[in-house]
Design a protein around this ligand. Structure first.
Ligand SMILES: [Zn+2]
Length: 78
């Protein structure tokens, strides 16, 4: 299915991704999105969540826009 929306960009450069698209792609508040641009297009895709230290994708905790796994958190605590 292809979703097409027309959205106005606000003064801060923000746009709203419609609820139907967020639901379709399982995007929730706090999720990271990857934004790419070329000369004509902007592409926004759901970023793969993985630990910034070991690339694990399980048991992640979000912090300051990054993800850290519980094993690395334990190692950081020493
Ligand atoms: Zn890790």
């Amino acid at each position: 299915m292809i979703y097409t929306n027309f959205r106005e960009i606000d003064k801060a450069g923000r746009i709203v991704i419609s609820k139907d698209i967020r639901r379709h792609l399982n995007i929730h508040a706090g999720d990271m999105l990857q934004i790419n641009a070329d000369d004509a297009c902007i592409t926004i895709r759901k970023a793969e969540n993985k630990c910034v230290f070991c690339n694990a994708q399980e048991e992640l905790v979000a912090f300051e826009g990054k993800h850290i796994c519980k094993d690395c958190i334990a190692k950081l605590k020493g």
